[in-house]
Ligand binder design. Structure first.
Ligand code: GLU
Length: 480
């Protein structure tokens, strides 16, 4: 028997993988990796109406995109019915489960009445009083029934040591005789999940603290099964900037939406990892390798974490700037190809050109979606000045624009094709402000608009080098 930790991520495929789920997955994965344990992917698909193959595929895609690999699974609860049936049999044989014939309507009426009295709103345990023979006779007669857990009377509170929250205690009278198996034969989450955890020999259950109140119920099931109780680690919720539970109101919450918006998986991984966990309280940039070796449960914070969209975007920019130039070049080329502006062959032939462009771009953006708009002018035959360029530059001082463009044209025509590089271009244009008697910014701005069609672009001289002599001169001529 191995004593290595075994953890699982168990999403319900009722929607896409959202940020909170992704963080739970990251913590489980990082914990398993940090101690040589196993990370298991389990799909909790017991809700047939809301579980879809598309959601399952999407969750797996998003996990893979984040770089999370699993050692076992995915296993599906819908394929494990026999395990729950066997567990139920064990519980009922040991007197830990009983049949309940109360109809949904009866249950609702009694619950409302109890609530009205301000009492316990759980099941009133009326079917507990049935003898085994009575219950069997009613079942044989075809009456529908569910199975409930018989919460023991002779036990103290359920206490466990949560790895994040410390000692946690639930008095027994707060625990409902909850349904284990519904009248249609399907297991409930609280039953199936912990039966699976026992069957899969899960040692640590790391999950959101919305499941805290389920924990005593699940511990009682384990007791009935005489199975060991894993260590629980309940993660505090993620809040939006307004202190309310993170939701779509605050911004995108789906992992794949971030992929589509130009975020890098390593940036989102880093950001989510630090949302409630810290390496040393200071380090803000943590890569997967560090997480895999240094993650620990004892540095998970008890406090809710606030999702800071701007910080994530900042972090993404840092990752873009700091990634090896070859990789950025590759990403940039892919984006350009997707946009139909260049093809694979162009990238092969002009690799050196792309490598020169890459750092000029990576320094200026925070999201990969900014790449194409920033460099489009280099991949098209001609450009039209955009609206800002029209109003802020061309329309503002047409006389200066004309003089600046003509002077620039004259200077650049003297730079030979063979010498067409940033240094020569810069030298040729050095006295442009003096020639047109304007501040440098105002003297060069028309040139930028002519070349890039916009007031924002990579540095001007470098842009002209990359655009090439012929196209640069043609664009200046067209506007002057
Ligand atoms: N399927 C449950 C969920 O997505 C799993 C909770 C757990 O980890 O026990 O919330």
């Amino acid at each position: 028997m191995s004593h290595k930790p075994r953890v699982r991520f168990a999403p319900s495929p009722t929607g896409s993988l959202h940020l909170g789920g992704a963080r739970t997955a990251i913590y489980n994965w990082a914990f398993a990796r940090s101690c040589g344990g196993s990370f298991i992917l389990r799909i909790d698909d017991t809700d047939p109406e809301r579980s879809t193959p598309e959601n399952i595929a999407q969750i797996m895609r998003a996990l893979a995109w984040l770089g999370l690999d699993w050692d076992e699974g995915p296993s599906f609860q819908t394929e494990r019915a026999g395990i729950y049936t066997a567990a139920l049999k064990t519980l009922s044989e040991r007197g830990w489960a009983y049949r309940c014939f109360c109809s949904p309507a009866e249950l609702a009426a009694r619950r409302d009445a109890a609530r009205g009295r301000g009492g316990f709103s759980g099941y009133d345990r009326s079917c507990r009083a049935l003898t085994e023979e009575e219950a069997q006779a009613r079942a044989d007669a075809g009456e529908p029934f569910a199975w409930r857990l018989k919460v023991p009377d002779d036990r103290g509170p359920v206490v466990f040591e949560d790895a994040v929250r410390g000692r946690t205690e639930f008095p027994l009278d707060a625990i409902d005789d909850f349904v284990l198996v519904r009248s249609d034969g399907t297991p409930t989450y609280n039953f199936a999940s912990i039966v699976d955890d026992a069957d899969m020999a899960i040692t640590h259950v790391i999950r959101g603290d919305d499941h805290l109140s389920n924990t005593p119920k699940q511990i009682l099931v384990l007791e009935g099964l005489r199975a060991p109780v894993p260590t629980f680690a309940h993660l505090s919720m993620i809040w939006g900037p307004d202190g309310k539970k993170l939701s779509k109101r605050h911004g995108s919450t789906g992992v794949e939406e971030y992929a589509g918006q130009g975020y890098l998986p390593e940036a989102l991984l880093n950001y989510l990892a630090l949302l409630g966990w810290s390496l040393d309280g200071e380090t803000t940039l943590i890569d997967a390798e560090t997480l895999k070796s240094r993650f620990s449960l004892d540095r998970i914070s008890k406090n809710p974490a606030i999702f800071d969209f701007a910080k994530l975007t900042w972090m993404n920019g840092v990752y873009l700037r700091e990634m090896p130039v070859e990789r950025f070049t590759q990403l940039m080329a892919e984006r350009l190809q997707q946009a139909g502006l260049a093809d694979e062959a162009d990238f092969e032939v002009r690799r050196a050109w792309y490598l020169k462009l890459a750092p000029l771009v990576s320094e200026r953006i925070k999201l990969m979606t900014e790449i194409v708009p920033l460099v489009r002018f280099l991949f098209v035959e001609s450009v039209e000045p955009d609206e800002t360029a029209q109003t802020k530059v061309l329309g503002k001082d047409p006389d200066l624009v004309r003089r600046a463009l003509r002077a620039a044209l004259e200077a650049l025509e003297n730079v030979l094709e063979a010498e067409w590089d940033t240094a020569h271009i810069e030298a040729a244009l050095a006295d442009l402000p003096a020639k047109v008697d304007a501040k440098p910014r105002l003297a060069y701005q028309p040139l930028r608009v002519a070349v890039a069609g916009s007031v924002v672009s990579p540095p001007l001289n470098e842009s002209m080098e990359l655009l090439g002599r012929a196209r640069t001169l043609a664009r200046i001529r067209a506007l002057s």
